[in-house]
Design a protein around this ligand. Structure first.
Ligand SMILES: C=C(O[C@H]1C=CC=C(C(=O)O)[C@@H]1O)C(=O)O
Ligand SMILES: [Mg+2]
Length: 453
């Protein structure tokens, strides 16, 4: 009888077995899944580089296409799956990883047609690297009474994946060449910014984030593992996420935490207001100091912080935040940044906070529903999972979600990149267009594109 832990609920039986392994590369483990688990993988690395998650294979999928209650549906089904709390000796919880569509009411057909309103998976083989320790778990979820043979087969597969990851070098894929670059809907973007600025001046709305998209075509398929590896090297100071579904992978290097819950501690980040990095340290300092006193960007930022603080008042206590933003300097851009923290109120949960926060005015606008409606009407695109919550939750209800910006949807030899910016009364369409060009850089670097086209 294998040493497994049965999380048993009325219909499904959730068997897990965890072993500690000597250090192995998360990128190599992700790539080890290329052959058998392509299209069924996830990748996560937090900003502090203290937690890395890789999932290979789908032991279970929890998804829905709801407009309402899409968060509580995922939460309820996850809790059902983790019903019993019997834990392994090494105490590594099963992880549910996935994301939400930015706007389930946006019905524009696009590259996102195969992604539902909410898509989460439990991996068959789950790697967790926490600080310096690495653990690999097998998850086997079945309605049948557990069969020892099935588990033995999974053990053998697990050991093969670990061996491949530990001894085979990362494949050096020949870097595909960008053969076409399309600025999609550029005119529609510029018109939308003009239109929104007008509506703001007519007091119809206070702020709206307007986005746009680039489409890259390569001379041959770009490997998902290479894309994540490149993004990790190009953007060391950001979160890294990757979520595969069939022949597509949504991935990115985002600076923006939506919400983290860990042992009752809740953290969020207000990030809005941007300026490019300087060409040298003197110019960089001047640009950053200018941002800290710029009324347009401070106004853009304040909508975000005020909204997050309002949500925290409902779900948290002991709320703490600084009285003014500081600078967050990352590779291509610098932002106004305000950390917000608190303690989770009794009976509140991570998914409730994700639902209440999404979209913050950094990704939607103010007031929220009016802004989302204007985005739906005037962007003429489907954001899919761009700018929406993506992240993980464990069986204790701890977890972390970021917003999927500085991101792309990779589909073999095509990549769809997304970038947007907060439009306020003082916005100019040319400046905002330039700001999106800077925000495309992390993904352009990842794909080896030229920065200044
Ligand atoms: C919507 C995006 O950025 C948001 C996050 C940080 C700064 C922003 C800004 O200054 O406009 C945006 O609110 C994006 O990167 O696509
Ligand atoms: Mg901005």
């Amino acid at each position: 009888m294998p040493k497994t832990t049965g999380h048993k609920n009325t219909t499904l039986r959730f068997y897990t077995e965890t072993i500690e392994v000597s250090r192995l590369s998360a990128h190599a483990f992700f790539e080890a899944g290329d052959e058998k688990y392509k299209g069924k993988r996830f990748f996560w690395e937090n900003k502090e580089k203290t937690l890395t998650l890789v999932g290979l294979g789908h032991a279970h999928i929890i998804s829905n296409n709801y407009k309402e209650n899409r968060y509580s549906d995922i939460d309820t089904k996850w809790k059902e799956l983790c019903q019993s709390s019997l834990k392994e000796v090494v105490d590594v919880s099963p992880i549910l990883f996935g994301g939400f569509a930015f706007d389930p009411s946006n019905k524009i057909s696009s590259e996102w047609d195969t992604f539902p309103s909410a898509f989460f998976t439990v991996a068959t083989f789950q790697l967790v690297i926490r600080n310096e320790q690495a653990f690999v778990s097998i998850h086997y979820i079945t309605e049948e009474q557990e069969s020892a043979e099935a588990f033995e087969h999974l053990r053998i597969e697990r050991d093969t994946l670990i061996h491949t990851a530990q001894v085979k070098e990362l494949k050096v894929h020949e870097k595909p060449e960008i053969i076409e670059r399309e600025d999609r809907l550029k005119e529609e973007y510029l018109n939308a910014v003009e239109d929104v600025t007008k509506r703001i001046k007519q007091d119809e709305v206070k702020k709206v984030v307007i986005g746009r998209s680039l489409k890259l075509t390569f001379n041959h398929a770009f490997s998902a593992a290479t894309a994540i590896y490149n993004a990790s090297n190009e953007q060391p100071e950001s979160y890294l996420f990757g979520l595969e579904k069939e022949d597509k992978m949504f991935f990115g290097a985002t600076p923006e935490r939506l919400v983290k819950v860990e042992k009752g501690q809740v953290q969020s980040s207000g990030i809005a207001g941007s300026v490019k990095r300087g060409k040298n340290s003197i110019e960089d300092k001047q640009l950053g100091e200018g941002l800290l006193v710029d009324s347009k960007n401070l106004g853009e930022h304040k909508y975000v912080v005020d909204m997050i603080q309002q949500v925290f008042t409902k779900y948290c206590e002991d709320i703490k935040l600084p009285s003014r933003p500081k600078l967050m300097k990352i590779r291509d851009i610098q932002h106004l940044f305000t950390p917000i923290e608190g303690r989770l109120k009794q009976d509140s949960s991570l998914f409730e906070l994700v639902e209440a926060l999404h979209p913050t005015p950094a990704l939607g606008g103010e007031p929220r529903m009016e802004a989302v409606k204007i985005i739906r009407e005037s962007e003429h695109m489907n954001r899919g999972y761009y700018a929406a919550p993506i992240g993980w939750i464990n069986s204790e209800g701890d977890g972390e979600f970021v917003v999927g910006i500085r991101s792309a949807l990779l589909e073999n030899q095509h990549a769809y990149l997304y970038a947007g910016g907060g439009i306020v009364a003082e916005s100019s369409s040319i400046d905002e267009f330039e700001e999106t060009r800077v925000k495309f850089r992390p993904m352009l670097r990842t794909f080896g594109g030229k920065m200044n086209e």
